[in-house]
Design a protein around this ligand. Structure first.
Ligand code: 6PG
Length: 247
């Protein structure tokens, strides 16, 4: 499998602006093609927050028809939606409250349910949006799936060695015992069902693992992600390594 291309920026701030601009251009371009709607899968954690805030700025958000944009999450912590650790809460405060996206277009994981039921309900939500229970090659669920990566190589809430990595039938699974709070995560085939998968990674502490993941090291969940369409890594120099180490 070829190495996914990467875009490297001098620092996190430059990366944030470049990613927000790329997302805006991408969504505006897709919407200009007259598609009835497009779906985004967003990551949680800390890295994407400033990207969402930049995307929410009028100069970017004002270019987009939010009535045709649907938002999902690649994973969620099983905490209330107003909990500080909620990915939904982070996205709502950084982006969704600032843009005219209809409530029906925001597909939060129903974390008021027990984890397994939340995963099942979220899966039904995804399949209802997609129009069926089977992903069809050539018809990706997401236009863009924006993923982060932990320093251990996890992505979404797929952690190293987890049985959830082997799930290929269910679209969403409950992940318990891997972190203090239970999680709901999309499974690898669903994370891959995107026209473009973007890994957004910053920081020197992720450099070695990011390189292994880009080389498809299967011991790393991020190394096992593929894309129906294409994949790109957007990184700061700290995470990418010195320019003369371009790999
Ligand atoms: C989550 C994320 C997770 C995240 C990585 C990186 O719910 O935590 O979806 O996969 O992307 O843990 O997190 P940081 O961006 O905070 O380093």
């Amino acid at each position: 499998m070829p190495l996914a291309p990467r875009r490297v920026y001098a620092d996190k701030q430059a990366l944030v602006i470049a990613c927000a601009d790329w997302l805006t251009d991408r969504l505006a371009s897709r919407l200009s093609q007259g598609v009835p709607r497009i779906a985004l899968a967003l990551s949680g954690g800390n890295t994407p927050r400033p990207v969402f805030e930049a995307l929410a700025s009028p100069v970017r958000a004002g270019r987009l028809d939010w009535s045709r944009i649907h938002v999902f999450w690649g994973d969620e912590r099983c905490v209330p939606h107003d909990h500080p650790d909620s990915n939904y809460r982070m996205t709502r405060t950084a982006l969704l409250d600032a843009v005219p996206i209809p409530a029906a277009n925001v597909h939060a994981v129903p974390t008021d349910l027990p984890p397994a039921q939340a995963a099942r309900a979220y899966q039904q939500r995804l399949q209802a949006y997609y129009g069926g229970p089977h992903l069809v090659p050539g018809r990706p669920l997401f236009d863009v799936n924006l993923l982060g990566m932990g320093a251990d190589g996890h992505t979404a809430s797929l952690f190293p060695g987890s049985a959830a990595l082997e799930e290929t039938h269910d679209w969403a699974v409950a992940v318990e015992g891997e972190r203090p709070e239970p999680r709901v995560s999309l499974t690898l085939p669903v994370l891959a069902s995107a026209a473009t998968v973007v890994f957004l990674v910053t920081g020197e502490e992720k450099r070695e693992v990011a390189l292994r993941a880009r080389h498809h090291d299967r011991s790393l969940p991020a190394g096992r992600v593929w894309a129906e369409g294409d994949m790109m890594w957007m990184m700061d120099r700290a995470a990418a390594g010195a320019a003369d180490e371009e790999k």
